[in-house]
Design a protein around this ligand. Structure first.
Ligand SMILES: Nc1ncnc2c1ncn2[C@@H]1O[C@H](COP(=O)(O)OP(=O)(O)OP(=O)(O)O)[C@@H](O)[C@H]1O
Ligand SMILES: [Mg+2]
Length: 136
């Protein structure tokens, strides 16, 4: 990916979820995204970080920018070395949870962003979300 890494954060504790959420919002604001998009990104990051903590115990969050003079472009990757997701298609459906949750985190996150990529194998999960907006 072109551009540059703005932040790399460990996700190991509940406090890290709050921090990742707030850093995502700050970086989005600094780049120039509006309030609604800042909130979308913050919410998405907190859902993904919650999953990392719950299902994989620990992981990391990387915030990456590759804006151009015409577009603001922010990408956030949440990665872990937990058990992996055996059935991604099922995991992306509303209401599917192996952890007694609502099963709303992943499908909800996908609806909040412009691009949602997920890859997982035994011992590895990586979700990358992107938000792209034309500059006014
Ligand atoms: N990082 C991860 N590692 C392993 N499995 C995961 C991970 N993230 C999600 N999953 C799997 O995908 C399922 C769906 O995740 P999703 O976030 O949509 O729902 P949930 O976490 O179960 O409930 P909710 O987010 O509504 O509290 C999870 O129940 C779990 O089986
Ligand atoms: Mg979840």
């Amino acid at each position: 990916m072109n551009g540059s890494i703005l932040q790399h954060l460990a996700v190991t504790t509940a406090t890290d979820i709050v921090r990742a959420r707030s850093v995502a919002r700050q970086e989005a604001a600094r780049i120039g995204f509006g309030l609604a998009d800042q909130t979308r990104l913050a919410t998405a990051v907190s859902e993904l970080a919650r999953n990392v903590l719950k299902y994989a115990t620990e992981g990391s969050c990387t915030i990456h920018e590759d804006s151009t003079p015409v577009e603001m472009r922010l990408h956030i990757t949440m990665e872990d070395h937990g058990p992996g997701i055996p059935d991604i298609t099922a995991a992306m459906k509303d209401g599917y949870s192996t952890g007694g949750g609502m099963g709303a985190g992943l499908p909800g996150t996908r609806r909040l962003v412009d691009k949602f990529e997920i890859e997982s194998s035994p011992g590895f999960t990586r979700v990358t979300i992107s938000m792209v907006r034309k500059r006014q």
